[in-house]
Design a protein around this ligand. Structure first.
Ligand SMILES: Cc1ncc(C[n+]2csc(CCOP(=O)(O)OP(=O)(O)O)c2C)c(N)n1
Ligand SMILES: [Mg+2]
Length: 283
């Protein structure tokens, strides 16, 4: 199948717009790491993954696990645009009684396949899901996004080694290499060294792509599927705050409680996306 770029670009813009709106509505949150995964989410849910919005627990679906659970607002926006639940639900993010807690909970939200937030654990769960599918000779794929900072957790590397040993060829791991973590540059906190070399050494079929390019992400997934030997790692060269230049340039963009200047920039970005999508600008 070839990429439907126009459809995916619209889907991507809708996801970015709804991510900004839900976080702005809440008043604070993980902007940086939600925005850097928008393109990957758009490709996965827009064209690649087999899911049924009317039957989120369909057993033959592909699974998605957001190991860097603090990117939940990006995932929720994707699920809402895809049709798993109405857009209005996004504006209950992280509030009392919500079905959208700050970090994903598989028991609360239609379309969320794994509860995550404690970094390092999601990838282990993803490997378990992929192993169970392989043992039952099922064809479903398991897709997982991990953060570059998250990869400081030793547990991740135990999971990768296990995945490789068991030749989990329907497991795709995306590394959101946005070069930053909570409190600084990843290379300054614990230098991760070369991800391509590390994943290759761990037995993964490894590709590095521009993480803001829908085409490159899609092509990497197609390539990964064409090789059948073992698990696939796709390193996404991303920018924290991706797609909103003001937020990309803001040094401390992990968790933002917008000040006045931030607010103006975020509202401008929302308006620009709404205009681009041909929607009425909120008065
Ligand atoms: C086990 C664990 N330790 C610490 C945290 C707190 N924490 C939340 S996000 C974060 C930084 C993660 O950085 P990265 O994986 O690079 O995420 P991104 O840049 O995509 O936001 C940390 C340390 C956590 N959620 N889980
Ligand atoms: Mg990071």
């Amino acid at each position: 199948m070839s990429i439907d770029l126009q459809k995916l670009e619209t889907f991507r813009d809708e996801i970015r717009l709804k991510t900004l709106k839900e976080l702005y509505n809440l008043g604070f949150g993980h902007y940086g790491g939600s925005l850097s995964i928008v393109e990957a989410l758009a490709v996965l849910y827009g064209q690649v993954m087999k899911v049924d919005v009317n039957d989120p627990n369909w057993e033959d679906r592909d699974y998605f696990i957001l190991s860097k659970g603090h990117g939940g607002p990006g995932l929720y926006a994707t699920l809402a645009v895809k049709g798993f639940f109405p857009e209005e639900v996004l504006y209950t993010l992280n509030q009392n009684g919500t079905t959208l807690p700050s970090h994903p909970d598989r028991n609360l939200t239609p379309g969320v396949d794994m509860t995550t937030g404690s970094l390092g654990q999601g990838i282990s769960a993803a490997v378990g899901v992929a192993l169970s599918h392989k043992l039952s000779a099922k064809e479903n794929y398991t897709y997982c996004i991990v953060g570059d900072g998250e990869l400081n957790e030793g547990q991740c590397w135990e999971a990768f080694q296990f995945a490789s040993h068991h030749k989990l060829n329907h497991l795709f791991v995306f590394i959101d290499d946005n070069k930053k973590q909570l409190d600084g540059l990843t290379k300054d906190i614990i230098d991760p060294l070369d991800f391509e070399e590390k994943f290759a050494a761990f037995g993964f079929y490894t590709l590095k792509v521009n993480g803001s390019s829908l085409e490159q992400i899609y092509e990497a997934i197609e390539k990964g599927k064409a090789q059948s030997a073992g698990p696939v790692a796709i390193i996404l060269d991303t920018v924290k705050g991706q797609g909103v230049p003001y937020l990309e340039e803001k040094a401390d963009n992990h968790h933002i409680r917008p000040n006045q200047a931030d607010e103006v920039a975020i509202l401008d970005a929302i308006e620009a996306l709404e205009n681009k999508l041909g929607k009425a600008v909120k008065s």
